[in-house]
Design a protein around this ligand. Structure first.
Ligand code: G3D
Ligand code: MG
Length: 271
């Protein structure tokens, strides 16, 4: 059984007063406070979940960014969106215009900032909405068009709140599970295959591909790795550099787990 620690940045987006802060409060501390203070800026909460896959346990820590919903605050928002790895789009089912604004404003906004990342749609305040209301129809059609799981939820009653976050959690780890070698026969055999796997794995976990490739390039140059004919010593040295970068971008624990796994892969590789 392998243990993997993952840290992911998740942002909640949607118009003001749709219930972003209430959903976060409900999910993180599991209560609804009618007097929850209006958000004055970005608030970050964390929530841990554990997911079990064949031969793999994943400890996922979601850093949940609750961002000011007013559309005017574009500079603060752009800064907060950077590096987002998952998105929860929230509309208020009692106000159809807030659901339409997901498609008209928030989806283009997040795609411009970070591209396509795992996303779920939440129609909040379902306790106030009639079944078959226009807001629900619009929300479900957006979800279908984009292939995003869609939930009718209520921060007030708690309905579907856990479900929406847990589904996003599953989507965040799905990438990790998919990029993982399945059986022993699929483990990297040669040193080049191991290097190829490590670079791909580093970039996937780092999130920002362009920046990740620059770090890889820098570390491989520093360690004098010849990509066409790598030596184990040089690759092992480059791994230390990658781990330092991961200590900053992920956490010390994640960096240490990754380093050990990669060192083992390189030491066992042929050639
Ligand atoms: P925001 O963070 O998206 O701006 P808030 O939204 O979480 O601050 O919520 C805005 C208002 O909607 C709050 O009311 C909150 O209590 C209410 N609300 C949030 N979720 C639900 C829900 O599921 N059902 C109902 N009925 N109300 C909800 P106040 O009056 O405190 O401004
Ligand atoms: Mg808020």
């Amino acid at each position: 059984m392998e243990l993997k620690e993952l840290l992911k940045k998740v942002v909640l987006l949607g118009d003001g007063a749709v219930g972003k802060t209430s959903l976060t409060a409900r999910y993180v501390v599991n209560k609804f406070d009618d007097k929850y203070i209006a958000t004055i800026g970005t608030k970050v909460s964390k929530k841990d979940m554990q997911l079990t896959k064949p031969n793999l346990i994943i400890n996922l820590r979601m850093m949940i960014w609750d961002i000011l919903g007013q559309k005017e605050y574009s500079k603060i928002r752009t800064a907060s969106l950077s590096g987002a790895q998952g998105v929860i789009l929230v509309g208020d089912l009692a106000r159809p215009e807030t659901v339409k604004s997901l498609e008209a404003f928030w989806i283009p906004e997040i795609e411009a900032a970070v591209g396509k990342v795992p996303t779920v749609l939440v129609g909040n305040k379902c306790d106030l909405a009639d079944k078959g209301s226009m807001a629900i129809t619009v929300l479900e059609s957006i979800g279908q068009n984009l292939g995003y799981p869609t939930f009718l939820a209520s921060a007030k009653t708690g309905e579907n709140v856990e479900n929406a976050f847990a589904t996003l959690g599953e989507m965040l780890v799905a990438e990790v599970v998919a990029s993982r070698p399945k059986g022993a026969e699929e483990l990297p055999q040669t040193l080049s295959e191991a290097v190829d796997f490590i670079i791909q794995d580093f970039c996937a976990q780092y999130g920002d591909l362009e920046k990740a490739m620059l770090i890889v390039q820098h570390q491989f140059e520093e360690a004098a790795v010849d990509i066409r004919k790598p030596s184990k010593d040089a690759v092992l040295q480059a791994l230390e550099g990658l781990a330092k970068a991961e200590e900053l971008s992920l956490t010390k624990t994640v960096a240490a787990v990754n380093l050990e796994e990669r060192q083992r892969m390189v030491i066992l590789a042929k050639g």
